[in-house]
Ligand binder design. Structure first.
Ligand code: ATP
Length: 918
């Protein structure tokens, strides 16, 4: 790949280094301004300087990826056997082995390619965006399209998308460990630093790839792509996701152990055949090799990878984007889902409903974000309406959101709660532009989940001095206030009891409550930091409605039926959270624990508390981490949602960290296993459903592959031990393997979920893949298969057919039994004799068609006869073979029915059935 630097010119080098120059000077140098570039100019620069991306890692060449499929001890063993067979003149055996091995490698290669495609499609769905100012408009653009001169708007949790010079910073700290190795976040400001400062000391700069740990910033992009600092050190973007999952590793280990045992057994068998049964050693070798191929499930890892990849695709179609493949397995074992409230369980479409001040309560009409509606007070109480307007004014000034209208639809750009406050201010008669002209914002303390309020500082252009506007969690606000606004607007001592009962009343109704306060300064304060906010006048509270999502109510019911507990962990008020939890039917008996209570319990006590409570209110990100740990120590498999930068530790700790795609920060996304494209709780439920289906399918693939391989091996071993004529030749065993693994086995990867999959309890995460029931199944089916093989073989011989015809009948018998067994496996515990069961799926029908065609060719084509020593099978014998396969399926269905009656599937009994018994 050509170096990008040789393709695109570099932006002009600054006279003074960017970090030492004045912010204004940097803007001039880059021919930009505080309103951002015009769109056409941004496009021109993109063409000139190239995309803001680091060179992709060099892909592994196709031929090498293909050859890797041969780098496996079993395959190498087979290839050496083929060479030996060839040297000894057994060309048919040699070529059949080579074909089997090659087909296996091709299938593995294609499947791996598909799985990788599925994952890279997900990566592009998660392509990061950056917020920029272009022509004065705040817009989100693809990080790749950033150009020098773009104005970036950054906040806590964002990954810096390009090297940039700060223009404005508020409480800004950046984690630059990937560049400098310094793990403590560095404080940043817009002030220039010495030209000699090293990378770590350039506090006026933000570097691509680093993380904003806290605060807000505006910065101008100075370098993009390979010219950034991270580009210089040659770091590569887009780490390639490994396709290895714990389950695949487990299967890989099992496969290697199994291969070893199979080879040892084959060696013993070889010695036995030559010394005791007087086989020519070449024949004995070929049989033993065929056996080894027959018994080792060499195609299994590839089929499982594709099963996982299909799961990933199905989840993505339902808005759950898996970032790490193992999550697909773990999702199916999830026992507790800890979810945020706002936006995940609720719609996050906020509307102001009530405003309470000391002068009385005012209700607000009108839905959505349209600024049309009215404020009404009982008996048109003028002082209550005036107080509500004062609160609306604070809400408008202390606000970072924007409302936009297109086609009569009003939308929020920013926090929906702040959007609701803008709409409320509009209803109260305020015009944002006029108000901000009178009271321009000079500074702010951004909202943070840790301090739960936001404050802005405004210059009062009309009356002089300054005005501080603050909004936040009401308890927090009361703690910052010394006085309150009385009914006529003047200051009076704070009436805590009055406010507490007003807050409780609104919250009990499910309203989200926010407190509002202000303070006047005769002079513009010199500094305005978090600790400077205090001594405020409490104005009142506002209640917002944010109804639960309909689909979340259904999904919660679904999860509960599936034996999964749902817990709400929210920063909101306890009473609001409890009211919403009740509307969602989170539990029969809703128990609420607050963050304050959590602060006073030990980790041991927390375990009991975490198990019994279903709502955790007024929590901080640290509480989330403790709750996950407590649940995990009680053997729970925990899925946890999060969006903020501070949620990263708990997302990492959870078995499945789930980040919000829309409102989640880049830090949260990077820490999680899964991202919800629509921020919706229902998508978690859908992902669990698909996760269970994937795990079921993997068990089905294993449950089908192992006994069919076992059946073949058992038949050959028995014949060898007993000294009978072999029911199949070595090339025939290889044929069965080749035809079946890549068709029928693969069809199971596409199985849709079984009905009732969400009505059984979660599987234990430590449960072995092969359960006692599956082990029994493997033995039973292996025995049935060898009985079938020998039965048909001796019947053929009894009818007077030659050995070749009888062997062809056995090969056909195997294929027929495997087809019928496939139908049985599709429903592991339920009956397969249903209309749905018999209809199959397109994948199943296609696979069967392929097998049938291959078998017809094998049985009736003369050149096949030459290669495999097969013979035509008469119609009557053929019919008996098909009917015997059917008889085997009936037998297995009866077995399932008996086991069901005996209660062997008790561990899997439907949760709802169990509930009914109680
Ligand atoms: P969840 O954790 O379920 O998303 P949440 O949105 O209430 O719930 P946080 O974002 O941690 O949780 O907010 C905690 C509290 O801080 C809110 O209940 C509210 O009182 C206050 N708050 C939230 N956003 C703002 C904001 N932009 N300005 C001021 N106060 C806010």
């Amino acid at each position: 790949m050509p170096d990008r630097d040789t393709l695109n010119p570099s932006p002009p080098s600054p006279e003074t280094p960017w970090h030492a120059a004045d912010a204004e000077q940097v803007l001039n140098q880059l021919s930009s301004n505080s309103q951002g570039l015009e769109n056409t100019e941004a496009e021109r620069r993109l063409g000139l300087y190239g995309p803001n991306a680091l060179p992709a890692p060099r892909p592994t060449p196709v031929w090498l990826r293909f050859l890797r499929h041969f780098n496996n001890s079993l395959i190498l063993f087979l290839l050496s056997a083929a060479v030996v067979a060839g040297l000894l003149g057994h060309y048919v055996d040699a070529s059949v082995i080579v074909v089997v091995v090659t087909v296996n490698a091709i299938v593995g290669f294609i499947q791996e390619g598909k799985a990788e495609q599925a994952l890279s499609a997900l990566r592009s769905m998660l392509a990061p965006t950056a917020r920029v100012l272009r022509a004065g408009e705040r817009i989100a653009v693809d990080v790749e399209t950033l150009v020098p001169g773009d104005i970036l708007l950054l906040e806590a949790g964002d990954r810096v998308p390009a090297d940039a010079r700060l223009l404005r910073a508020r409480g800004l700290r950046a984690d630059e460990s990937i560049l400098t190795g310094e793990s403590v976040p560095v404080e940043k400001s817009a002030d220039p630093v010495s030209g000699e400062a090293d990378l770590g000391g350039r506090t006026s700069m933000l570097y691509s790839g680093t993380l904003i740990a806290s605060g807000q910033a505006t910065a101008v992009v100075v370098e993009t792509g390979a010219r950034t600092q991270i580009g210089h050190i040659g770091a590569l973007l887009g780490k390639v996701e490994s396709l290895e999952t714990p389950l695949l590793q487990q299967i890989g280990r099992f496969g290697r152990g199994f291969t070893f045992v199979a080879l040892a057994a084959a060696a013993v068998l070889f010695v036995f055949a030559v010394l005791v049964r007087d086989y020519a050693w070449v024949d004995a070798l070929m049989i033993v090799v065929a056996l080894a191929v027959g018994v080792v499930p060499e195609g299994l890892p590839a089929v499982i990878t594709i099963t996982l990849a299909i799961g990933v695709r199905r989840m993505a179609a339902r808005n759950a984007i898996v970032r790490r493949l193992p999550a697909v397995e773990t999702l199916g074992a999830t026992t507790v889902i800890c979810s945020d409230k706002t936006g995940t369980l609720t719609r996050n479409e906020m509307t102001v409903r009530s405003v309470t001040s000391r002068a009385g309560m005012v209700t607000v009409s009108g839905g959505g974000y349209a600024p049309s509606g009215t404020l009404s007070a009982p008996e048109d109480d003028g002082s209550a309406l005036a107080a509500a307007r004062r609160i609306a004014r604070i809400g408008l000034l202390c606000n970072d959101a924007k409302l936009t209208e297109s086609d009569g639809q009003w939308r929020v750009d920013g926090d929906p709660m702040e959007g609701a406050l803008l709409a409320f201010a509009g209803k109260a008669g305020f015009d944002e532009r006029t108000l901000l002209a009178d009271l321009p914002r000079r500074d702010e303390v951004p909202f943070d989940a840790a301090h739960r309020f936001m404050a802005t500082l405004h210059a009062d252009e009309k009356e002089g001095g300054a005005l501080v506007c603050v909004k936040g969690a009401p308890e927090q606000m009361l703690a910052l206030c010394a006085v309150q606004a009385s009914a006529d607007g003047g200051p009076e001592p704070l009436d805590h009891d009055f406010w507490r009962s007003a807050i409780d009343a609104a919250a009990a109704d499910g309203q989200r409550v926010l407190g509002f306060a202000w303070r006047r300064h005769a002079e513009m304060p010199q500094r305005f930091a978090l600790e400077d906010v205090g001594d405020l006048v409490f104005a009142g509270i506002v209640g917002f409605i944010d109804p639960p999502r309909e689909e979340a109510i259904r999904a919660v019911a679904d999860c509960r039926a599936a034996g999964i507990q749902v817990k709400m962990i929210t920063g909101d008020h306890a009473a609001t959270a409890a009211a919403i939890a009740a509307q969602l039917h989170l539990a029969d008996d809703i128990r609420v624990v607050t963050g304050q209570e959590l602060d006073h319990v030990s980790d041991d006590e927390l375990q009991t508390l975490a198990l019994s409570a279903s709502v955790f209110a007024r929590t901080t990100p640290e509480h989330k981490l403790r709750i996950v740990r407590a649940l995990q120590s009680c053997s729970h498999v925990v899925a946890m949602t999060g969006d903020g930068v501070n949620d990263a530790p708990s997302l990492k700790q959870a078995d499945i960290g789930i980040a919000m795609g829309n409102k989640g920060t880049e830090a949260a996304k990077e820490a999680s296993e899964m991202v919800l494209a629509d921020d919706n709780f229902a998508s978690i439920d859908a992902a669990v459903y698909e996760g269970r289906a994937v795990y079921d399918n993997i068990r089905k693939v294993v449950g089908w592959t192992v006994p069919t391989n076992g059946g073949e091996a058992l038949a050959i071993v028995l014949a060898l031990l007993a000294g009978w004529v072999l029911p199949m030749t070595a090339p025939q065993i290889l044929w069965i393997n080749m035809v079946l693994t890549v068709t029928l086995g693969l069809a199971l990867a596409f199985e849709p979920p079984e009905p009732g999959i969400m009505r059984r309890p979660p599987r234990r995460s430590d449960a072995p893949l092969v359960s006692p029931f599956m082990l029994w199944r493997i033995l039973l089916v292996s025995v049935l298969f060898s009985v079938g093989a020998f039965g048909i073989f001796s019947w053929g011989q009894g009818l007077g057919h030659d050995v070749e015809t009888s062997r062809t009948m056995v090969v056909n018998m195997f294929c027929v039994m495997e087809i019928f067994y496939l139908f049985s496996v599709r429903y592991m515990h339920g009956s397969s004799f249903t209309l749905e069961g018999l209809k199959g799926t397109p994948a199943v029908l296609l696979a069967i068609l392929a097998v049938v065609l291959a078998q017809l060719a094998f049985t009736y084509l003369p050149w096949m006869h030459a290669v495999f020593d097969s013979r035509p099978v008469p119609l009557f014998e053929g019919t008996v073979i098909v009917l015997s396969g059917l008889a085997m399926m009936v037998f297995l269905e009866v077995e399932k029915w008996v086991l069901r009656r005996l209660g062997v599937f008790d561990e899997l009994r439907l949760a709802s059935d169990r509930a009914e018994e109680h």
